[in-house]
Design a protein around this ligand. Structure first.
Ligand code: 5GP
Length: 208
């Protein structure tokens, strides 16, 4: 059976990635498997353990790293984040697409260990617009805004290695582009070998 696709979506803080992923998946006919990451950061109000993340201690995280249980792992804003490998590999093997919402260092590790992964970077229409959006939230101190912008700049540097860059100028337009990418990726020959095999093994009978 053809394996599922591994789709990785990253983007800087404030770019609107969560909204995009929600509207994208609402439009997909086949629901992808959402990986639940492990993290050492504290749970935020409204979050549910084992739904949003597996909230674990640093000791447990280190044990999982030592036992090679992560497909990738990274440190972000002084906390550890990792994607448990086993559920993802099982889903891909069963032919289901898997969606990862992870930051850039982790995405690049995924590409190294799983070159078929499709890496999509969501960018703001311009860097000035990203600054504007982060400030418009109004709930973030000046130092924190600057830190996020510096982090974003490093993320843009690494986005160099991504397969696709999609600017989020408008949610609907951006979702259309993401759908187009997933549709095109699904048409790659490696996922459609069966069609060629069937045609090539077809016995053309003499016309009677
Ligand atoms: P937050 O703490 O706001 O939920 O996420 C912070 C950042 O960590 C986001 O960019 C998110 O995409 C990323 N992230 C979430 N889970 C993982 C993971 O398993 N691995 C990596 N590398 N990044 C993750």
């Amino acid at each position: 059976m053809a394996k599922g696709q591994l789709i990785v979506i990253s983007g800087p803080s404030g770019v609107g990635k969560s909204t995009l992923i929600r509207s994208l998946t609402a439009k997909l006919q086949r629901q992808p498997f959402f990986s639940v990451s492990a993290t050492t950061r504290k749970m935020r109000p409204g979050e549910i353990d084992h739904v949003n993340y597996h909230f674990i201690t640093q000791a447990e995280f280190d044990r999982m790293v030592a036992q090679n249980e992560f497909l990738e792992h990274a440190t972000y804003a002084a906390h550890s984040y990792g994607t448990p490998a086993a559920p993802i590999l099982a889903q891909l093997e069963a032919g289901r697409d898997v969606l990862l919402d992870i930051e850039v260092q982790g995405a690049l590790q995924v590409k190294r260990s799983y070159p078929d992964a499709v890496l999509i970077f969501i960018a703001a229409p311009s860097f000035g617009e990203l600054e504007h959006r982060l400030r418009a939230r109004g709930d973030t101190a000046e130092d924190a805004v600057r830190l996020r912008l510096q982090t974003a700049r490093r993320e843009y540097e690494q986005a160099n290695c991504y397969d696709y860059i999609v600017a989020n100028d408008d949610v609907d337009r951006c979702v259309q582009k993401l759908l187009a990418i997933l549709t095109a990726e699904g048409c790659r020959r490696k996922y459609n070998d069966e069609i060629l095999k069937e045609a090539l093994s077809y016995v053309i009978s003499p016309h009677v």
